[in-house]
Write a protein that binds this ligand. Structure first.
Ligand SMILES: [Zn+2]
Length: 399
């Protein structure tokens, strides 16, 4: 398999005489791939799990109304432009900020939300398969609304996180498995907006407060024992603040110390940045502090801007790890009483001109806001995948 050095040199010299593009192409063909030089095992069984996540699915009254047609409720239009983004993804997660209620309970928006389950039908149809349901609005419609929501999701092909139908159910470990590679998934909320389940039914929603720390640590230890990697979805942060707050940093440290490999945050209704956090113990956690709103009736540029997180998780002979991550912008478009989310790369100035809540908007202005918030100085419309700062040893020893 080895190329004779003289032959290689001669080829490179002659290639240098060609035009630049041709020379590069020939060299790439002749040069051994880095993997071949590093000499990894001949038979390395590698499994990859692609994780995709978006932010707050926030069902304000006008959004509910927009889905009502002659045939009843249908919300497929919310997500139709996002469908290509989900292709090839394994874990497809969304923060379902609000609960669903039965039609006879009546649908309401802000401040105590309860929407139609047809919103869930649209999410399932779009391909979302992991639902974060622990939020400060989980208990807006009390036990009846929450149990209706749990019953609905459990009739669907999704993994429901953060809420529990019994004390026993609250002990379960939620997992996603592909070809022997298991990722544990956990979801907690900082608050229920001053409401609380009745005594004896505190299990209904996974809370993250100081009192709950020992129980969370115990639950995460079990999750770690039953999986290869751990992803935590905390509902945390300060609303409308594009900077992570002390509560988020404190709980990031806690989740990192308890083995979280990835953290994907929700709740502030605006985007915050993403980074790799390395704890004092050396454990690395990729954290997306907040993915902002996915779809809502909120009406400033920052609240219409959301993030699409992608994380590549791998398991091979060297173990399981996070390989890389990226964060790309998406944007809620509202026009003529209809709501829909676009990947920002597909949004146009022409569409922006018809946005009924934001006048004088340009796509460049939205990108500027994305770069301002994230601090990603890529200078490109589509940020490159962000490799981890320190790849595993076997990937560093490439000569
Ligand atoms: Zn929230």
């Amino acid at each position: 398999m080895k190329t004779d050095k003289k032959t290689l040199a001669a080829l490179i010299v002659s290639a240098a005489l060609l035009v630049c593009a041709a020379a590069l192409a020939i060299f790439e063909l002749l040069a051994p791939a880095p993997e071949a030089m590093a000499g990894p095992p001949e038979e390395s069984d590698s499994v990859t799990i692609e994780l995709f996540a978006v932010g707050d699915n926030l069902m304000h009254g006008p959004l509910i109304k927009s889905g009502l047609g002659a045939e009843g409720y249908n919300f497929d239009g919310f997500y139709e432009h996002i469908l290509p983004q989900l292709e090839g993804m394994d874990i497809k997660a969304i923060n379902q900020e609000t609960v669903f209620v039965s039609p006879d309970m009546g649908y309401t928006g802000y401040p105590t939300f309860g929407g139609p389950a047809e919103v869930g039908d649209a999410l399932v149809k779009a391909g979302f398969n992991v639902i974060e349901q622990a939020s400060n609005h989980s208990y807006d419609k009390r036990e009846e609304g929450l149990r209706f929501t749990m019953d609905y999701w459990r009739s669907q092909p999704v993994t429901l996180l953060g809420v529990n139908s019994s004390a026993e159910d609250a002990l379960r470990v939620d997992k996603f498995t592909k070809d022997g590679f298991t990722v544990a998934l956990a979801n907690y909320t900082y608050s229920l907006n001053g409401l609380a389940p009745p005594q004896g039914e505190e299990y209904l929603v996974n809370m993250m407060d100081d009192e709950a720390r020992p129980a969370i640590a115990e639950q995460l230890a079990r999750a770690k024992a039953e999986s290869d990697l751990l992803v935590v979805f905390p509902h945390w942060g300060t609303e409308y603040d594009t900077e992570p707050d002390d509560f988020q940093r404190d709980w990031l440290k806690f989740f990192n110390e308890n083995g979280a490999d990835v953290i994907i945050g929700a709740h502030p209704h605006v985007l915050q940045t993403a980074e790799e956090y390395i704890g004092e113990n050396g454990h690395k956690t990729v954290v997306f502090y907040s993915l902002g709103n996915f779809i809502s009736n909120q009406d400033t540029l920052a609240k219409e801007l959301g993030g699409m997180a992608r994380v590549t998780l791998v398991k091979d002979d060297f173990g399981a790890r996070v390989r890389d991550f990226s964060l790309e912008p998406c944007f809620t478009h509202v026009s003529g009483g209809k709501y829909t989310v676009y990947p920002l790369e597909d949004y146009t100035d022409e569409l922006a001109r018809t946005h009924s809540k934001l006048g004088g908007l340009t796509v460049q202005a939205i990108y500027d806001e994305f770069y301002r918030i994230t601090g990603f100085e890529t200078g490109k419309f589509r940020p490159e995948r962000t490799p981890l700062t320190q790849p595993p040893a076997e990937e560093r020893n490439i000569e």
